[in-house]
Design a protein around this ligand. Structure first.
Ligand SMILES: *Cc1c(COP(=O)(O)O)cnc(C)c1O
Length: 383
Protein backbone atom coordinates (compact mmCIF):
# COMPACT_ATOMS: atom_id res chain seq x y z
CA UNK A 1 0.00 0.00 0.00
CA UNK A 2 1.25 3.48 -0.77
CA UNK A 3 2.87 5.46 2.03
CA UNK A 4 2.51 2.68 4.58
CA UNK A 5 6.20 1.89 4.76
CA UNK A 6 7.57 0.63 8.09
CA UNK A 7 11.30 1.21 8.19
CA UNK A 8 12.83 -1.35 10.55
CA UNK A 9 16.46 -1.02 9.52
CA UNK A 10 19.34 0.32 11.61
CA UNK A 11 19.50 3.58 9.68
CA UNK A 12 17.96 5.53 8.18
CA UNK A 13 15.33 5.20 10.89
CA UNK A 14 11.72 6.47 10.94
CA UNK A 15 11.14 10.20 11.36
CA UNK A 16 8.28 11.53 13.53
CA UNK A 17 5.68 13.81 11.93
CA UNK A 18 6.66 16.60 14.35
CA UNK A 19 10.17 16.51 12.93
CA UNK A 20 9.01 16.32 9.30
CA UNK A 21 6.77 19.33 9.85
CA UNK A 22 9.56 21.29 11.51
CA UNK A 23 11.66 20.72 8.39
CA UNK A 24 8.95 21.78 5.94
CA UNK A 25 9.81 25.48 6.05
CA UNK A 26 11.79 28.02 4.08
CA UNK A 27 15.43 27.97 5.12
CA UNK A 28 16.72 30.94 7.09
CA UNK A 29 20.13 32.60 6.88
CA UNK A 30 22.68 30.80 9.01
CA UNK A 31 24.33 34.09 10.06
CA UNK A 32 21.03 35.42 11.41
CA UNK A 33 20.10 35.98 15.04
CA UNK A 34 17.29 33.45 14.68
CA UNK A 35 19.74 30.77 13.60
CA UNK A 36 22.03 31.61 16.51
CA UNK A 37 19.20 30.88 18.92
CA UNK A 38 18.55 27.52 17.31
CA UNK A 39 22.24 26.66 17.42
CA UNK A 40 22.38 27.58 21.10
CA UNK A 41 19.45 25.29 21.87
CA UNK A 42 20.69 22.32 19.86
CA UNK A 43 24.18 22.53 21.36
CA UNK A 44 22.71 22.53 24.89
CA UNK A 45 20.49 19.57 24.05
CA UNK A 46 23.23 17.64 22.26
CA UNK A 47 25.39 18.07 25.37
CA UNK A 48 22.48 16.75 27.45
CA UNK A 49 22.11 13.72 25.17
CA UNK A 50 25.84 13.01 25.38
CA UNK A 51 25.93 13.61 29.15
CA UNK A 52 28.81 16.02 28.68
CA UNK A 53 29.76 19.56 29.66
CA UNK A 54 31.85 20.05 26.51
CA UNK A 55 30.09 21.33 23.42
CA UNK A 56 29.24 18.60 20.93
CA UNK A 57 30.13 19.52 17.34
CA UNK A 58 27.60 19.00 14.56
CA UNK A 59 29.04 18.47 11.06
CA UNK A 60 27.39 18.16 7.66
CA UNK A 61 28.45 14.55 7.12
CA UNK A 62 27.12 11.02 7.60
CA UNK A 63 28.36 8.91 10.50
CA UNK A 64 31.51 7.92 8.62
CA UNK A 65 32.45 11.58 8.23
CA UNK A 66 31.99 12.11 11.97
CA UNK A 67 34.31 9.17 12.68
CA UNK A 68 36.86 10.36 10.13
CA UNK A 69 36.85 13.77 11.85
CA UNK A 70 37.20 11.99 15.19
CA UNK A 71 40.30 10.18 13.98
CA UNK A 72 42.17 12.81 11.96
CA UNK A 73 41.88 15.74 14.38
CA UNK A 74 43.83 14.13 17.17
CA UNK A 75 46.57 12.09 15.51
CA UNK A 76 49.66 12.45 13.34
CA UNK A 77 51.06 10.25 10.57
CA UNK A 78 52.91 7.26 11.99
CA UNK A 79 51.02 7.25 15.28
CA UNK A 80 50.33 3.79 16.58
CA UNK A 81 46.63 3.00 17.05
CA UNK A 82 44.66 -0.06 18.11
CA UNK A 83 41.44 -0.66 16.21
CA UNK A 84 38.77 -3.11 17.36
CA UNK A 85 37.48 -5.07 14.37
CA UNK A 86 34.50 -7.41 14.69
CA UNK A 87 32.30 -6.17 11.89
CA UNK A 88 31.96 -3.88 8.92
CA UNK A 89 32.30 -0.65 10.84
CA UNK A 90 35.34 -1.62 12.90
CA UNK A 91 37.02 -2.67 9.64
CA UNK A 92 36.17 0.71 8.12
CA UNK A 93 37.88 2.64 10.92
CA UNK A 94 40.95 0.49 10.43
CA UNK A 95 40.92 1.30 6.71
CA UNK A 96 40.54 5.05 7.31
CA UNK A 97 43.36 5.05 9.84
CA UNK A 98 45.60 3.24 7.32
CA UNK A 99 44.73 5.68 4.53
CA UNK A 100 45.97 8.50 6.74
CA UNK A 101 49.26 6.76 7.40
CA UNK A 102 48.65 5.67 10.96
CA UNK A 103 50.34 2.54 12.22
CA UNK A 104 47.29 0.34 12.66
CA UNK A 105 47.07 -2.77 14.79
CA UNK A 106 43.74 -4.50 14.44
CA UNK A 107 42.32 -6.41 17.35
CA UNK A 108 40.03 -8.84 15.63
CA UNK A 109 37.13 -10.92 16.80
CA UNK A 110 34.87 -13.15 14.76
CA UNK A 111 31.82 -11.35 13.36
CA UNK A 112 28.99 -12.05 15.80
CA UNK A 113 31.34 -12.18 18.80
CA UNK A 114 32.35 -9.23 20.97
CA UNK A 115 35.86 -7.80 21.12
CA UNK A 116 38.01 -9.33 23.85
CA UNK A 117 38.80 -6.70 26.50
CA UNK A 118 41.83 -8.70 27.68
CA UNK A 119 43.49 -8.29 24.28
CA UNK A 120 43.28 -4.53 24.57
CA UNK A 121 44.53 -4.77 28.15
CA UNK A 122 47.60 -6.81 27.29
CA UNK A 123 48.56 -4.65 24.28
CA UNK A 124 48.18 -1.48 26.31
CA UNK A 125 50.00 -2.87 29.35
CA UNK A 126 52.89 -4.02 27.16
CA UNK A 127 53.29 -0.53 25.71
CA UNK A 128 55.76 0.84 28.26
CA UNK A 129 57.00 3.49 25.82
CA UNK A 130 53.45 4.87 25.54
CA UNK A 131 53.54 4.71 21.75
CA UNK A 132 49.86 3.84 21.38
CA UNK A 133 48.13 7.16 20.76
CA UNK A 134 44.56 5.99 20.33
CA UNK A 135 42.21 3.04 20.67
CA UNK A 136 39.35 3.08 18.17
CA UNK A 137 36.27 1.09 19.12
CA UNK A 138 32.82 0.55 17.68
CA UNK A 139 30.39 0.39 20.59
CA UNK A 140 27.36 -1.13 18.86
CA UNK A 141 28.58 -3.03 15.77
CA UNK A 142 25.53 -2.60 13.57
CA UNK A 143 26.63 -5.14 10.95
CA UNK A 144 26.32 -8.01 13.45
CA UNK A 145 24.10 -6.64 16.22
CA UNK A 146 26.89 -7.09 18.76
CA UNK A 147 27.51 -4.63 21.58
CA UNK A 148 31.17 -4.31 22.52
CA UNK A 149 32.25 -3.80 26.14
CA UNK A 150 33.09 -0.13 25.82
CA UNK A 151 33.34 0.38 29.57
CA UNK A 152 35.84 -2.47 29.92
CA UNK A 153 37.98 -1.38 26.97
CA UNK A 154 37.87 2.20 28.23
CA UNK A 155 39.18 1.10 31.63
CA UNK A 156 42.20 -0.48 29.93
CA UNK A 157 42.76 2.74 27.98
CA UNK A 158 42.55 4.81 31.15
CA UNK A 159 45.09 2.53 32.86
CA UNK A 160 47.47 3.16 29.94
CA UNK A 161 47.12 6.89 30.51
CA UNK A 162 48.41 8.21 27.18
CA UNK A 163 46.08 6.80 24.51
CA UNK A 164 42.81 8.46 23.59
CA UNK A 165 39.68 6.40 23.18
CA UNK A 166 37.81 7.19 19.96
CA UNK A 167 34.34 5.70 19.93
CA UNK A 168 31.90 4.93 17.14
CA UNK A 169 28.66 5.37 19.10
CA UNK A 170 26.57 5.68 15.95
CA UNK A 171 23.99 3.07 16.99
CA UNK A 172 24.46 3.24 20.75
CA UNK A 173 24.02 6.97 21.32
CA UNK A 174 20.34 7.64 21.89
CA UNK A 175 19.63 3.94 22.44
CA UNK A 176 21.56 3.34 25.66
CA UNK A 177 23.55 5.36 28.14
CA UNK A 178 26.91 6.55 26.79
CA UNK A 179 28.10 8.68 29.74
CA UNK A 180 30.78 10.64 27.92
CA UNK A 181 32.12 12.72 30.81
CA UNK A 182 31.65 10.16 33.57
CA UNK A 183 33.64 7.54 31.65
CA UNK A 184 36.05 10.11 30.26
CA UNK A 185 35.41 9.10 26.64
CA UNK A 186 37.72 11.33 24.61
CA UNK A 187 36.02 11.32 21.22
CA UNK A 188 32.50 10.03 20.54
CA UNK A 189 30.99 10.06 17.04
CA UNK A 190 27.39 9.53 15.97
CA UNK A 191 25.05 10.24 13.06
CA UNK A 192 21.64 11.80 12.42
CA UNK A 193 19.83 8.93 10.73
CA UNK A 194 20.30 6.51 13.63
CA UNK A 195 19.19 7.37 17.16
CA UNK A 196 18.37 11.01 16.42
CA UNK A 197 15.08 10.40 14.59
CA UNK A 198 16.00 12.75 11.74
CA UNK A 199 16.96 12.04 8.11
CA UNK A 200 20.63 11.48 7.15
CA UNK A 201 23.02 14.40 6.70
CA UNK A 202 24.42 15.41 10.08
CA UNK A 203 27.24 13.84 12.07
CA UNK A 204 28.14 14.60 15.66
CA UNK A 205 31.43 14.52 17.52
CA UNK A 206 31.82 14.94 21.28
CA UNK A 207 35.37 15.87 22.28
CA UNK A 208 36.83 15.87 25.79
CA UNK A 209 39.62 18.00 27.23
CA UNK A 210 42.36 15.45 26.75
CA UNK A 211 41.49 15.10 23.07
CA UNK A 212 41.48 18.89 22.61
CA UNK A 213 44.97 18.89 24.06
CA UNK A 214 46.05 16.26 21.53
CA UNK A 215 44.44 18.38 18.81
CA UNK A 216 47.04 21.12 19.47
CA UNK A 217 49.91 18.90 18.31
CA UNK A 218 48.13 16.63 15.80
CA UNK A 219 49.38 17.13 12.26
CA UNK A 220 47.15 15.05 9.95
CA UNK A 221 45.74 17.33 7.22
CA UNK A 222 42.18 18.56 7.60
CA UNK A 223 40.09 21.50 6.55
CA UNK A 224 36.33 20.90 6.26
CA UNK A 225 36.57 18.42 9.11
CA UNK A 226 38.88 20.58 11.23
CA UNK A 227 37.11 20.38 14.56
CA UNK A 228 38.96 23.42 15.88
CA UNK A 229 37.10 25.58 13.34
CA UNK A 230 33.81 24.02 14.36
CA UNK A 231 34.57 24.41 18.05
CA UNK A 232 35.21 28.14 17.69
CA UNK A 233 32.00 28.66 15.75
CA UNK A 234 29.88 26.53 18.08
CA UNK A 235 31.13 28.52 21.09
CA UNK A 236 29.62 31.60 19.44
CA UNK A 237 26.36 29.79 18.59
CA UNK A 238 27.38 29.78 14.97
CA UNK A 239 28.68 27.30 12.41
CA UNK A 240 31.93 27.20 10.47
CA UNK A 241 30.22 26.47 7.15
CA UNK A 242 26.65 26.53 5.82
CA UNK A 243 24.73 23.95 7.85
CA UNK A 244 21.88 21.85 6.36
CA UNK A 245 19.43 24.35 7.83
CA UNK A 246 16.21 22.42 7.35
CA UNK A 247 17.79 19.33 8.84
CA UNK A 248 18.81 21.48 11.79
CA UNK A 249 15.15 22.51 12.20
CA UNK A 250 14.39 18.80 12.37
CA UNK A 251 17.18 18.19 14.86
CA UNK A 252 15.89 20.96 17.09
CA UNK A 253 12.47 19.33 17.21
CA UNK A 254 13.82 15.79 17.61
CA UNK A 255 15.98 16.84 20.57
CA UNK A 256 12.95 18.49 22.15
CA UNK A 257 11.05 15.22 21.77
CA UNK A 258 13.92 13.33 23.37
CA UNK A 259 13.95 15.73 26.30
CA UNK A 260 10.21 15.31 26.73
CA UNK A 261 10.64 11.54 26.81
CA UNK A 262 13.69 11.68 29.10
CA UNK A 263 17.00 9.83 28.82
CA UNK A 264 16.08 6.96 31.15
CA UNK A 265 12.78 6.36 29.34
CA UNK A 266 14.53 6.34 25.98
CA UNK A 267 17.04 3.76 27.18
CA UNK A 268 14.35 1.62 28.80
CA UNK A 269 12.27 1.69 25.61
CA UNK A 270 15.19 0.48 23.50
CA UNK A 271 16.03 -2.24 26.00
CA UNK A 272 12.46 -3.50 25.91
CA UNK A 273 12.38 -3.43 22.10
CA UNK A 274 15.60 -5.42 22.03
CA UNK A 275 14.34 -8.03 24.49
CA UNK A 276 10.95 -8.35 22.80
CA UNK A 277 12.53 -8.68 19.34
CA UNK A 278 14.85 -11.41 20.53
CA UNK A 279 12.12 -13.27 22.41
CA UNK A 280 9.77 -13.06 19.42
CA UNK A 281 12.35 -14.28 16.93
CA UNK A 282 13.28 -17.22 19.15
CA UNK A 283 9.64 -18.16 19.65
CA UNK A 284 9.26 -18.34 15.87
CA UNK A 285 11.99 -20.97 15.77
CA UNK A 286 14.62 -18.71 14.23
CA UNK A 287 18.22 -18.48 15.47
CA UNK A 288 19.66 -15.25 16.70
CA UNK A 289 23.07 -14.22 15.43
CA UNK A 290 25.08 -13.23 18.51
CA UNK A 291 24.46 -13.99 22.18
CA UNK A 292 21.85 -12.26 24.36
CA UNK A 293 24.53 -10.97 26.75
CA UNK A 294 26.17 -8.91 24.00
CA UNK A 295 23.08 -7.85 22.07
CA UNK A 296 22.86 -4.31 20.74
CA UNK A 297 19.85 -2.25 21.86
CA UNK A 298 19.55 -0.90 18.31
CA UNK A 299 19.49 -3.92 16.03
CA UNK A 300 18.74 -7.63 16.22
CA UNK A 301 20.51 -9.94 13.78
CA UNK A 302 18.78 -13.20 12.84
CA UNK A 303 20.34 -16.21 11.14
CA UNK A 304 17.59 -18.43 9.73
CA UNK A 305 18.59 -21.97 8.88
CA UNK A 306 15.65 -23.48 7.02
CA UNK A 307 14.49 -20.42 5.07
CA UNK A 308 16.59 -18.04 3.04
CA UNK A 309 17.18 -14.74 4.81
CA UNK A 310 16.71 -12.79 1.58
CA UNK A 311 13.37 -14.54 0.92
CA UNK A 312 12.16 -13.45 4.34
CA UNK A 313 13.26 -9.91 3.65
CA UNK A 314 11.66 -9.67 0.23
CA UNK A 315 8.38 -11.19 1.45
CA UNK A 316 8.26 -8.81 4.41
CA UNK A 317 8.77 -5.96 1.98
CA UNK A 318 6.33 -7.08 -0.70
CA UNK A 319 3.49 -8.29 1.48
CA UNK A 320 3.76 -5.93 4.43
CA UNK A 321 5.82 -2.89 3.38
CA UNK A 322 8.23 -3.64 6.20
CA UNK A 323 11.89 -3.00 5.41
CA UNK A 324 14.45 -5.15 7.18
CA UNK A 325 18.20 -4.96 6.60
CA UNK A 326 20.23 -7.73 5.03
CA UNK A 327 23.66 -9.04 5.97
CA UNK A 328 26.85 -7.28 4.90
CA UNK A 329 30.03 -8.70 3.36
CA UNK A 330 30.27 -12.45 4.01
CA UNK A 331 27.00 -12.36 5.97
CA UNK A 332 25.08 -11.26 2.88
CA UNK A 333 22.22 -13.70 2.38
CA UNK A 334 23.01 -15.41 5.68
CA UNK A 335 21.40 -13.05 8.15
CA UNK A 336 18.75 -10.36 8.24
CA UNK A 337 18.62 -7.53 10.73
CA UNK A 338 15.69 -5.89 12.48
CA UNK A 339 16.37 -2.27 13.39
CA UNK A 340 14.66 -0.97 16.53
CA UNK A 341 16.42 2.33 16.95
CA UNK A 342 15.11 5.86 17.29
CA UNK A 343 11.44 6.51 16.57
CA UNK A 344 10.34 2.91 17.16
CA UNK A 345 7.68 1.79 19.63
CA UNK A 346 6.30 -1.46 21.03
CA UNK A 347 3.52 -1.50 18.44
CA UNK A 348 6.16 -1.57 15.69
CA UNK A 349 7.80 -4.61 17.22
CA UNK A 350 4.48 -6.43 17.62
CA UNK A 351 3.73 -5.64 13.97
CA UNK A 352 7.09 -7.03 12.87
CA UNK A 353 6.55 -10.23 14.85
CA UNK A 354 3.07 -10.76 13.39
CA UNK A 355 4.29 -10.08 9.85
CA UNK A 356 7.35 -12.27 10.35
CA UNK A 357 5.12 -15.15 11.41
CA UNK A 358 2.90 -14.73 8.37
CA UNK A 359 5.99 -14.52 6.18
CA UNK A 360 7.46 -17.73 7.59
CA UNK A 361 4.15 -19.54 7.04
CA UNK A 362 4.04 -18.27 3.48
CA UNK A 363 7.53 -19.67 2.98
CA UNK A 364 6.43 -23.05 4.29
CA UNK A 365 7.90 -22.74 7.74
CA UNK A 366 5.51 -23.99 10.42
CA UNK A 367 7.62 -25.18 13.32
CA UNK A 368 6.05 -22.84 15.85
CA UNK A 369 2.75 -22.38 17.61
CA UNK A 370 0.64 -19.81 15.78
CA UNK A 371 0.96 -16.46 17.52
CA UNK A 372 4.13 -17.48 19.36
CA UNK A 373 6.21 -14.51 18.20
CA UNK A 374 3.68 -11.90 19.19
CA UNK A 375 2.99 -13.69 22.47
CA UNK A 376 6.68 -13.78 23.40
CA UNK A 377 7.16 -10.11 22.54
CA UNK A 378 4.03 -9.27 24.46
CA UNK A 379 5.27 -11.10 27.50
CA UNK A 380 8.36 -8.89 27.55
CA UNK A 381 6.24 -5.76 27.22
CA UNK A 382 3.90 -6.91 29.98
CA UNK A 383 6.80 -7.52 32.36
C1 LIG B 1 25.47 3.66 10.23
C2 LIG B 1 26.74 3.47 10.97
C3 LIG B 1 27.86 4.27 10.72
C4 LIG B 1 27.87 5.39 9.74
O1 LIG B 1 27.51 5.09 8.47
P1 LIG B 1 27.15 6.27 7.46
O2 LIG B 1 26.54 5.55 6.33
O3 LIG B 1 28.41 6.96 7.13
O4 LIG B 1 26.20 7.17 8.19
C5 LIG B 1 28.98 4.06 11.48
N1 LIG B 1 29.03 3.14 12.43
C6 LIG B 1 27.98 2.36 12.72
C7 LIG B 1 28.12 1.37 13.82
C8 LIG B 1 26.80 2.50 12.01
O5 LIG B 1 25.75 1.75 12.30
Amino acid sequence: MLDKQLLMIPGPTPVPARVLHAMAKHPIGHRSKAYGKIQEEITANLNWLHQTQHNVQALTVSGTGAMEAGIINFLSAGDRVLVGCNGKFGDRWGDIAEKYGLQVERINAEWGKPLDVAEFQSKLEADKEKEIKAVIVTHSETSTGVLNDLEGINKAVKAHGEALIIVDAVTSLGAMSVPVDEWGLDVVASGAQKGYMIPPGLGFVAVGEKAWKAYETATLPKYYLDLGLHRKATAKNSTAFTPPINLVFGLQEALRMMKEEGLENIFTRHNRLKKASRAGVKALGLSLFGADEVASPAVTAVMPTDVEAEKIRSTMQQKFDISLAGGQNHLKGKIFRIGHLGFVCERDTLTVMAALEATLQELGQNNFTPGAGVAAANQVFAG
